[in-house]
Write a protein that binds this ligand. Structure first.
Ligand SMILES: [Zn+2]
Ligand SMILES: [Zn+2]
Length: 90
């Protein structure tokens, strides 16, 4: 019981641990509802995102800290830093 092989332990963590996220921003999740971007069309979400800031990081699905600015918003993800956008007023 002392010489167990470790071949199965490749160091690639399970996506839920949020530890192995590459520094590239990919839109994996919907910034509005947080569901997989490819899972459904998110048409309504995209409409909402034109008039209000996103709630979720599109890369890691963490909740964003959102600050409203004069013409839009600045959102901060703990892992991916700052993103900003503008809000289209009706
Ligand atoms: Zn959505
Ligand atoms: Zn993130």
């Amino acid at each position: 019981m002392s010489d167990l092989p470790t071949a199965g332990d490749s160091g690639w963590s399970d996506p839920d641990t949020l530890g192995a996220i590459p520094p590239v921003r990919t839109v994996t999740y919907c910034g509005y509802c947080g569901e997989s971007a490819s899972k459904k069309s998110h048409v309504l979400c995209r409409q909402r995102l034109e008039v209000e800031p996103p709630k979720m990081c599109t890369t890691c699905r963490r909740q964003l800290t959102v600050e409203k600015t004069a013409d839009g918003w600045v959102a901060q993800c703990k892992k991916h830093g700052e993103t900003s956008g503008t809000i289209t007023r009706a």
